[in-house]
Design a protein around this ligand. Sequence first.
Ligand code: SAH
Length: 190
Amino acid sequence: MKLERILPYAKKLLTKAVKPGDIAIDATLGNGYDTVFLAELVGETGKVYGFDVQEEAIAASHARLSEHGMLERVTLLHEGHENIKQKILAVDYGRITGAIFNLGYLPGSDKTIVTKPNTTISAIEQLLEIMEPEGIIILVIYHGHEEGAIERDALLEYCRKIDQKSAHVLTYQFINQQKNPPFIVAIEKR
Ligand code: SAH
């Protein structure tokens, strides 16, 4: 297939936005794969802040980062991403160039712990306020389950209304696949 798949495309956008020395945010640590990816992008001189409300996700991410020798450049926070502004050092605000939200629940874990539109939207608004112009926020939307479809609708409604003077917003999605695989919304601050 020549068309770029969803997750590689998300990574490509983050690679364009996040450079060595920058600050990046993993808003939903989960198993920590994206955290490692962002930690590679920011390099030794940058920093990643990772958020998750589950202790298990913090532990999994800690182990993965340790394996890659990248713990020093990552701050792991057992906190909801809706507290993003409060938890990030003010000196770091203008250096944030990328953020990713992997939404829904963590496979193999407690399926009742899911991301919620209100807190996701609150985090996006805070990020749009503090991040650097041309910084990119990626939402990976898993809408194959019932709650995921509700989350998708709420987020799309919100994202469509973001003032075009403040951000560019796109969706990238295969629209003829079975089982509703994930798609992305990318938001670039202007
Ligand atoms: N659906 C994805 C994985 C999503 S993991 C996939 O299939 O690959 C989503 C993570 O978000 C979970 O680890 C969960 O604990 C976390 N989470 C839920 N609400 C959160 C919040 N308010 N702030 C930060 N993390 C949250």
